[in-house]
Design a protein around this ligand. Sequence first.
Ligand SMILES: [Ca+2]
Length: 470
Amino acid sequence: MNVAFARGRARRRGIASLAIAGVLAFHAPAAAQAQLVPVASGLASPVFVAGARDGTRRLFIVEQAGVIRVMPIGGSGMVTFLDIRSKIRSGGEQGLLGLAFHPFYSSNRRFFVYYTRAADGAIVVAEYQASTGNRDMADAAERILLTIAHPTNTNHNGGMLAFGSDGYLYIGVGDGGSANDPPNNAQNKEVLLGKILRLDVDGRAGGLEYGIPISNPFFGAIAGRDEIFAYGMRNPWRFSFDRATAQFWVADVGQGAREEVNTPIVSGGNYGWRIYEGTACTNVAPTLCTPANYLFPSFDYSHGGGRCSITGGYVYRGTIGSLPTGTYVYGDYCTGEIFTWSGGEQRLLLDTTFGISSFGEDDAGEIYVVDLNGSVSRIANGGGGGAGCQYDVASVEFARRAGETLTVSVSTTAGCSWTAMSGSEWVSVAGDSHSGSGVVSVIVAPQRGWPIPRVGVLTVAGKTVLILQF
Ligand SMILES: [Ca+2]
């Protein structure tokens, strides 16, 4: 997790939030405000949310103590998907920290978790499987893939798991804790702490419970552990892959001064810790501060205004215009601020009271923010209608020859207005002006005479909908 979880909220900035604009590198919010739509509350220390990309649009919420809950979008009745509390040491930065669904989860039901082990705090990456008989429940059987000793400190466990577009599992591992990485783990390619790892969960080789991609940068005879993909990380608590471009974004929590985002993450890249924090030489080993030997953040921010710990997020690729497409969303745990990175600028999107433990994406690419204090909210367009609104509408509807009433659904943000109009005399619509998501009734007249299929046209929320009658 990050240093902030242990610090609690004592450094929260309160009324100092008025001083944000202009003081630091952040630019003023864009005119079109975002809003938060609560989707779940009453949770026990939630630390992650995700969809399974299985087409069901269910949300899975990870609670730190060792429970995964599942809820359908727009529904209630959240149920326990997995409960492994007995295996886990939880509290501070420890617990059940990460969850990733296999790219073929819809057919193989396999998923992976990252936790700190009850007995000794070791990092464990393990595989589970959803039940064949109940998709809202996981089987108890566990297969442990990887264990990393983490005996000295309770902080900097990392905790992120995600599959890349290459089908491999990427794992964010912290540097082992304390401050300034005393054992120099992050720069040591012979240990797995302070790294991004990449494993093949579908293979097994060399007596291991996983395979190692031969394209890993230190594979085989090349010096360094074969599992390592990139190094020089302090606590890469949250990272993501852009679902449109596959670009890899890692937010690395800083020590005492800088919070950084690195993208793209390149194979074999050295991202600097503990030699550099952000772009600054830490002076832990000043003779090593040769910039050419390291990769530096794409952007970072300082600890001014009470900020202290970055929580990495996602690039928005949803279809309903909640944010401008291609915007990267992230936040600061200590201040509750949610930021965007777009066009080379960091902007404040929302200032919340949340302890932002994570962001997450659902199957449709909508982005959620997780509040460690017990809730999950979706980031939505602030509305206002017209500009900035996007609409999701079916393109084709099928009508029977005898005539019938169809419904066409429109998905958009609250406050976004739209109309429905018919362009065919045998198709009529009931009501023509709407706001927010909704449905419109489409009355299709019976077809008389010789049964030749015909095509009618509707315009709904600016989109053409074809009515095929046969
Ligand atoms: Ca090697």
